[in-house]
Design a protein around this ligand. Structure first.
Ligand code: ACO
Length: 209
């Protein structure tokens, strides 16, 4: 067992509904595949370049191997792979990856939300829940999020959640078939005060329970 894993986070009331975050499950296969096959245009331009065609990579039968790989990394303390739910239904994923411990104690955070539920505060709430969790229970001190400058919604999510821009990584990630510049956003535990969720609640962007 590694600190902070497995965990269920929330619930949090956001405009889209009741938001919660829990470990990825093998039985997410059906909804994961249905949403991702439908949402190719919404997702592909922001995601790391994959091997093989989108329909194959996101087919029902490709989830078990992805889930096994994520579970293996989670069991080794290298990753915290969560499913986002809204009103109990699959709504996307949020993942803390490349966890480095020792004197760095840092990781990246990445997320996506089903197109039929965007603009309802889901990603912002999920980022706040997961950030507070890894700082309070996961033994981490810093989280980093890298975002393409064109990704206005995701930049907005990080701003609302309390991350700050640290710089621009040029030709940083192989995304949608090319080396793309990314803004680097980050937050350290010292900056979070009573927690990012508490701040969202104080700003009226979410309610507990
Ligand atoms: N132009 C300007 N602002 C926009 C647009 C747009 N086209 N679309 C959405 N927004 C704003 C919303 O209005 C909202 O801001 P507001 O609350 O000030 O009105 C904000 O962007 C979105 O906030 P949330 O509702 O909390 O986020 P949501 O649940 O809609 O999810 C996300 C945002 C995750 C970026 C979703 O759009 C998505 O899955 N996109 C595709 C995948 C992706 O880009 N993932 C992030 C990659 S970067 C990373 O993981 C660090």
């Amino acid at each position: 067992r590694h600190p902070g894993w497995p965990a269920k986070l929330g619930p949090l009331r956001v405009p889209a509904g009741i938001l919660a975050v829990r470990p990825v499950r093998l039985r997410d296969a059906g909804e994961w595949s249905r949403v991702r096959l439908r949402d190719r245009e919404h997702l592909e331009m922001w995601e790391p370049t994959g091997i093989g065609p989108w329909p194959d990579r996101n087919a029902f039968w490709s989830w078990p191997s992805q889930w096994l790989a994520l579970r293996g990394l989670a069991r080794r303390g290298q990753c915290l792979p969560f499913t986002i739910t809204v009103d109990g239904r699959f709504a996307g994923q949020i993942t803390v990856g490349n966890v480095i411990r020792a004197s760095l104690r840092s990781a990246w955070i990445g997320y996506w939300v089903s197109s039929d539920i965007v603009r309802g505060g889901v990603a912002t709430g999920a980022v706040a829940l997961v950030t507070d969790h890894v700082f309070d229970f996961g033994g981490l001190h810093r989280l980093e999020a890298t975002v393409r400058p064109e990704n206005t919604p995701s930049l907005r999510v990080l701003g609302k959640a309390g991350y700050r821009q640290e710089g621009l990584f040029e030709r940083y990630l192989d995304v949608a078939g090319g080396w793309r510049d990314h803004f680097c956003y980050a937050v350290t535990k010292e900056e979070t005060g009573d927690g990012l969720v508490s701040r969202l609640v104080a700003k009226g962007l979410a309610e507990r329970g």
